[in-house]
Design a protein around this ligand. Structure first.
Ligand SMILES: Nc1ncnc2c1ncn2[C@@H]1O[C@H](COP(=O)(O)OP(=O)(O)O)[C@@H](O)[C@H]1O
Ligand SMILES: [Mg+2]
Length: 269
């Protein structure tokens, strides 16, 4: 469905559109330009990964899409909505799980219902279903301190999905986890996405994770962050563990590594 925006350009009511988005911090002679002229289109139901070095503006991009912060210039449309109000059909997962320590896992997952003034009882079946789908069925009554790091992050994912968001924003969600847990979380996230098919923007500094998870990988330049390259990844799903041996995985990871080498973000020796 297309509709004319006030500026007269056609605007889609699906997907996420960033048009010439720049974000600077501070004023005066030396503002920090975090993002510069970002043009990006993300389709409904697409799984997009954003990969780039620390400080290139990845979290800023996420905050812009979620409207926790406003762009300095440019336009952002989330499913056709260009207002300043935070989109309600969006779930966010951060690197730190930010579960409330005094609430049980079930009550943490139900938190978005409380926050939006909805009846928690209406959401209990959904909360149990989500806990089951992230492997935490038996931990509904546990408290966050009784869970491992991976389990807490699983609970945070369940919480983000409670209100059935169309958009799931994930900012280095597995960044604090050990390598094995991280691999399993990645495999399980793909399985979950295959059943729900929400739009996902997954921010990471892991090249492997980006290529293994995404339909498209957005490679960022160092600050000021710009889109350096966009790679499509067409490996069949579920990619699971085996995808690491696929030629396309090796090829695409190499391509991103080469970009980072040429930018001095990585060095060969
Ligand atoms: N609220 C802020 N005030 C000032 N500078 C900020 C703020 N948020 C981010 N920045 C700066 O913007 C740049 C990008 O930050 P960020 O988006 O957190 O990068 P990344 O998530 O890729 O590591 C950094 O130089 C950071 O210091
Ligand atoms: Mg960040």
């Amino acid at each position: 469905m297309l509709q004319s925006s006030p500026q007269g350009s056609p605007e889609s009511h699906t997907g996420i559109h960033l048009e010439s988005v720049t974000k600077s911090f501070g004023r005066g002679s030396a503002p920090v330009v975090a993002l510069e002229k970002i043009d990006l289109q993300i389709a409904d139901g697409e799984f997009v990964a954003v990969v780039g070095p620390s400080g290139c503006g990845k979290s800023t991009m996420m905050r812009l899409i979620s409207r926790l912060t406003m762009p300095s210039t440019g336009r952002i449309s989330v499913f056709g909505d260009t207002s300043d109000a935070p989109p309600h059909d969006m779930g966010i997962v951060f690197q730190a799980h930010v579960l409330l320590p005094w609430r049980t896992i079930l009550d943490n997952v139900l938190f978005p219902a409380d926050m939006t003034g909805q009846r928690r009882d209406d959401f209990k079946p959904k909360a149990f279903e989500l806990l089951e789908s992230v492997g935490l069925k038996d931990f509904a009554g546990s408290y966050p301190h009784e869970l491992s790091g991976g389990m807490k992050q699983r609970a945070a994912i369940a919480r983000a999905l409670l209100l059935r968001p169309r958009l799931l924003l994930m900012d280095e969600p597995f960044g604090a986890l050990d390598a094995l847990t991280r691999e399993q979380m990645r495999i399980d996230l793909e399985a979950l996405w295959l059943t729900k098919r929400m739009t996902v923007v997954f921010i990471t500094h892991s090249i492997d994770e980006a290529v293994l998870l995404a339909d498209r990988v957005i490679v960022m330049t160092p600050r000021p962050g710009r889109v350096e390259r966009i790679l499509s990844v067409d490996m069949p799903r579920p990619r699971g563990l085996g995808a690491r041996r696929e030629a396309e995985f090796l090829e695409k990871s190499e391509e991103i590594t080469d970009i980072f080498l040429s930018r001095g973000i990585l060095q060969r020796h």
